[in-house]
Design a protein around this ligand. Structure first.
Ligand SMILES: Nc1ncnc2c1ncn2[C@@H]1O[C@H](COP(=O)(O)OP(=O)(O)OP(=O)(O)O)[C@@H](O)[C@H]1O
Ligand SMILES: [Mg+2]
Length: 308
């Protein structure tokens, strides 16, 4: 087995009395695309910051590329590419200069920075914006520039904290495509997200985190197999009537979830269940049969919906 590029055992971060990351264990092998999926406040960014050697752990073991962040912070930072949750581009500088100046921090010679900057502008599809002001970029372009900037030092691991939050669907797809290319080239990706579809698209393997703890671990498809059924029937009876309808449907399936706005019936064959709902004389205002997703896994594990 190849040595993991990141190994965390009992990794813990406390802020005063509050435990943000509560003794988590995971390993990331080289070339993997690894995800932390969880709701607001789960401890995702805190974990990313400990890996990135910008926040010191309170307890536990952590190695990044075989190095301990406590003693090898600068070395680790030079080997990682970091896309933080909030863009922190230099608004005083133009687009291309953001890349070059960032590269210079790592002591990369100016001519090398310039060559890489031009390649990365191509990769990020920002050639036409090379001399634009950062403030004049769209949200999706800023995100692409931040990713390009994180790649200037040819990092061994690219860390992405919520790479597409706040972007429209089209901008998200452009970003996914760029990240997929990096993955194909063998870059190790570590990303956080609270989008199930993003985790399903990009992650080879992920951990579901909630309140600083890992609830489950596996590939998206393995997690769905383990924690959900093949299909889900989503029914809406109106917020006043969902609970009562759920009681009447109790015998139909092994598991029913009543959410504020809909009832979810977990089944292998959704259409067959839907017929039996109609046989009971129930008439939902809307009905939908869909495949199970990571959202269902999260709901099963935490009793809460990830969509806020
Ligand atoms: N510097 C800090 N001081 C005190 N508490 C903190 C600090 N940083 C984070 N926390 C707390 O730790 C918890 C985890 O925060 P974190 O930012 O890691 O969550 P997250 O999973 O990234 O959430 P989000 O999806 O909202 O970005 C939160 O309750 C947060 O308030
Ligand atoms: Mg965060």
């Amino acid at each position: 087995m190849t040595a993991p590029v990141i190994a965390a055992h009992g990794l813990t971060k406390r802020f005063g009395d509050f435990t943000a990351v509560d003794g988590i264990d995971f390993e990331v092998p080289p070339g993997e695309s690894f995800g932390l999926l969880g709701p607001n406040g789960a401890g995702k960014s805190t974990t990313m910051r400990m890996i990135g050697a910008v926040s010191q752990r309170t307890a536990g073991d952590l190695t990044v590329l075989g190095l301990d962040p406590d003693s090898h912070g600068p070395e680790i930072r030079s080997l990682l590419g970091v896309v933080p949750q909030e863009d922190n581009l230099d608004t005083e500088l133009r687009v291309r200069d953001n890349l070059i100046v960032y590269g210079r921090y790592f002591g990369i010679p100016r001519s090398v920075c310039a060559t890489r900057a031009d390649e990365l502008l191509g990769f990020a599809q920002l050639e036409e914006k090379r001399n634009a002001k950062v403030d004049d970029l769209s949200g999706g372009m800023k995100r692409r520039l931040t990713i390009a900037r994180a790649l200037i030092n040819e990092p061994r691991i690219l860390m992405l904290d919520e790479p597409t939050t706040g972007l429209d669907p089209q901008a998200r797809h452009v970003l996914w495509d760029r990240l997929f290319r990096l993955k194909e080239r063998g870059t190790t990706l570590v990303l956080t997200t609270h989008y199930m579809d993003e985790a399903e698209q990009l992650c080879d393997r992920l951990v579901v985190v909630d309140k600083g703890r890992i609830m489950a671990e596996g590939s998206p498809s393995a997690l769905i197999r383990q924690y959900s059924t093949r299909e889900v029937v989503e029914l809406r009876f109106g917020s006043e009537r969902n609970a009562e309808a759920a009681t009447r449907m109790a015998g139909l399936v092994e598991r029913i979830e009543v959410l504020p706005d809909r009832v979810l019936l977990y089944a292998e064959d959704g259409e067959a269940v839907l017929e039996r709902v109609t046989d009971l004389g129930l008439h939902p205002t809307t009905s939908l049969v869909r495949r199970s997703s990571l959202e269902d896994v999260f709901l099963r594990l935490t009793g809460r919906s990830l969509i806020e």
